[in-house]
Design a protein around this ligand. Structure first.
Ligand SMILES: O=C(O)CCC(=O)c1ccccc1C(=O)O
Ligand SMILES: [Mg+2]
Length: 331
């Protein structure tokens, strides 16, 4: 970590737990819990998914503390191009979900959802293509296929002119294999690494092995803005900044990260505020015509009160901060 940890008591005294309702089911969840930290520099977010153990979640805490206690980096741009994110909904719902985004130029479509088949993916992507003929489309399988399934599915999906496919299969060598097989089959489709970057002990291995064409980087899972700027600087691949389904506070951290990257060749996955039915501030961080403003977002005390879950969940999150803090002290 590139900064000093504040005392634990200080952190706990300035922590607020929220639960946001989602408009559309995403990653199997309809409500998103997060802990927000009010620090001397502003607000920070700690919202590791609830199933993550402290060893992994502690990197997310590090990011939240950094945002609250350290200034944001010097921005190189004032807005960030972003993609609309389309969850694995039925084709009949695609129009209604995408309508909530203001004139998207790029759309990321979830595919390979558990319990669904390729037919549903094809129908969803076809509908997005029909409604947005000019948009750049990309798919994200979240490791949902094996190698054979991925090659088969991506051959079929590439008919809709895709910008890239994100993490079609688990692992780093898996990505390299899919990429190679597609290339051999004469299919020109870029492969992006996501889980192979953020869940791996060495986020740069994908780059070193040349296993993908680009890598997705997320501020919270990788330990914060400075940590990710360092990773991006060492990476030999293009990077795309993406959200972890953060509240507007976390999105503002991710936008600050994106604003400080020397090169930003792809739209970032930071339009996820649109998936929430409520947020922690009075004016949520949303994109206009596919561009997100770079700005600090402060949580609103009234929103924090409204969105506070039952005491048991608050206690759970505070305990989690203690456990993750312990990990950070040890590291
Ligand atoms: O990148 C986007 O468009 C939205 C963010 C997103 O998809 C996401 C959000 C939470 C957890 C995992 C992922 C992912 O990219 O796989
Ligand atoms: Mg992904």
């Amino acid at each position: 970590m590139s900064f000093e940890l504040p005392p634990l008591a200080d952190l706990l005294a300035h922590s607020y737990v929220v639960r946001l309702p989602m408009r559309v089911k995403f990653r199997g969840i309809t409500q998103r819990e997060a802990l927000l930290i009010e620090g001397p520099e502003g607000w920070g977010e700690f919202s590791a998914f609830v199933e993550y153990a402290p060893a992994e979640a502690s990197r997310w805490l590090s990011a939240g503390i950094e945002a609250a206690y350290q200034p944001f980096p010097e921005p190189l741009r004032t807005t960030i191009p972003v993609n609309a994110t389309l969850p694995a909904v039925a084709a009949s719902e695609v129009g209604a979900v995408l309508e909530k985004y203001d004139a998207p130029h790029t759309i990321k479509i979830k595919v390979a959802e558990q319990g669904q088949g390729l037919e549903q993916d094809l129908a969803r992507v076809a509908e997005a293509r029909r409604l947005y003929p000019q948009a750049a489309l990309r798919v994200d399988a979240n490791m949902g296929w094996d190698i054979g399934q991925a090659v088969h599915a991506l051959k079929a999906l590439s008919e809709f002119d895709l910008q890239y496919a994100e993490q079609p299969v688990p692992g780093i060598t898996g990505l390299a294999e899919v990429r190679e097989q597609l290339r051999t089959a004469g299919i020109d489709l870029k492969i992006a690494a996501d889980e192979a970057v953020r869940k791996h002990t060495d986020p740069l291995e994908v780059s070193r092995l040349g296993a993908a064409d680009l890598m997705v980087i997320k501020a919270q899972p990788l330990g914060g803005i400075q940590a990710v700027l360092d990773i991006a600087q060492q990476a030999e691949l293009d990077v795309v900044v993406s959200s972890a389904l953060d509240t507007s506070v976390g999105l503002s951290q991710a936008a600050a990260l994106a604003s400080a990257l020397p090169a930003l060749p792809y739209a970032c996955g930071l339009s996820t505020g649109t998936l929430f039915a409520d947020d922690v501030c009075t004016e949520p961080l949303l994109a206009t015509a596919g561009y997100l403003p770079v700005q600090r977002i402060d949580a609103d005390p009234r929103k924090l009160k409204q969105l506070r879950p039952e005491q048991q969940r608050v206690d759970w999150w505070l305990r989690r901060v203690e456990q993750c803090y312990e990990q950070l002290v040890k590291a």
